[in-house]
Write a protein that binds this ligand. Sequence first.
Ligand code: UDX
Length: 439
Amino acid sequence: MNITVIGTGYVGLVQGIIMADFGHNVTCVDIDEKKIKELEKGQIPIYEPGLEELLNKNISSKNIKFTTDLKNAMKESEIIFIAVGTPPALDGSADLKYVLNVASEIGDNLEKYTVVVNKSTVPVGTGKLVKETIKKQLNLRNIDIDFDVVSNPEFLKEGKAVQDCVNPDRVVIGYETKRSLDLMKKLYRKLEEKNIPFVFTNLETSEMIKYACNAFLAVKISYINEIALLAEKVGANTEEISKAMGMDNRISPKFLNCGPGYGGSCFPKDTKALVKIGNDFNEEMSVVNAAIYANEKQKLRIVEKIKKEMKGLNDKTIGILGLSFKPDTDDVRDAPSLDIIKELITNGAKIRAYCPKGIKEAKWRLKKFEKNITYCNDEYEVSTNSDSIILTTEWSQFKNLKFDKLREKMKDNFYFDLRNLHNKNPEIKKIFKYFATGM
Ligand code: UDX
């Protein structure tokens, strides 16, 4: 099939490359010329394991191409994916300007029946809004061309994007006509053959599913983080609590790891957007609201604990291990490390930070604080003259740290393990004043 994917961010790029790998003819469109040029050369602007190899394979087999020319790309397309960003507006709602701009451009250039698929996470009702926007442009052109809008939310996790797309837990398709449904089934035949479950529903339900899933997972994390705060006070062990909770198969063990709070491009943004949608329809999303509050509280509590244990932070040097919001990604959007670093600096600390992939992005996100941050070349460099280490992201390379080497150049020996990466390792407790989280 001929497919156009508009937007080469995380979602669009992965979708385009995987669809090409399924054997479709894919054209990826973006307004960023520099990015398109790099992609044509097989270079991806993000760090995502396995993606660049897959891109190069499909460039060689000519299944994928890149362009800034939407009009031309659309000509042959049976399906167009809208996968542009929906950044949060000031009031927490998802800003739809990019999605609607694309919809109106599609309306300006549509020449034959096409299915327009919303892949971006968008508020309930956006499918209908996209449809109206395209129709309006067709009316301005004084022509009547049939088209359908479909909602097909993305559930991929960063760092595991390729495997999530090739082997999703389910595919959700919100549709209005049989014609569009048949084309979507044809598009995903490879997944159907693998017995991946499909959910076919209306546009609004499909749009809600995405928010309901992400907000639920955020609630689950905030829940275990609050349990962890209480566990520390009463002398309980959150790891054992999570393990026992997870043995109840109604609860499931996943997303029950306590830590510094959730971050990334989805949970913070989607929880706030869901609360806003609730407000718009006069329905308070009180549980989700509480999860957002608990997530902010979590980061502050962690700094309070560090400050208390270290007897103040003024003029202390703190080594940070991990800046990205989770391992195997260079994404630092809404990473807990950012808020924690800002709070530590506000309390008088100096930072030495290292992250395998996140430094470049953290540098500009923490620009205002740059005079108090030294970025290091490896995990051992952060320890020079440091009073404490804080492990913020559980990159697997941190698991096998040589603790004595890390300790050598430190002034003091505090170690706060926000992800409980070393908790089972007795060695660390001999060398450091070690603080796990939630116990
Ligand atoms: C998430 C959803 O999982 C995915 O389905 C959706 O499409 C996009 O949002 P992602 O943001 O890539 O994916 O990361 P995820 O692995 O879900 O982690 C999100 C955040 O929660 C991270 O900051 C992570 O550290 C945190 N987390 C996760 C915990 O603190 N504890 C856990 O047990 C699990």
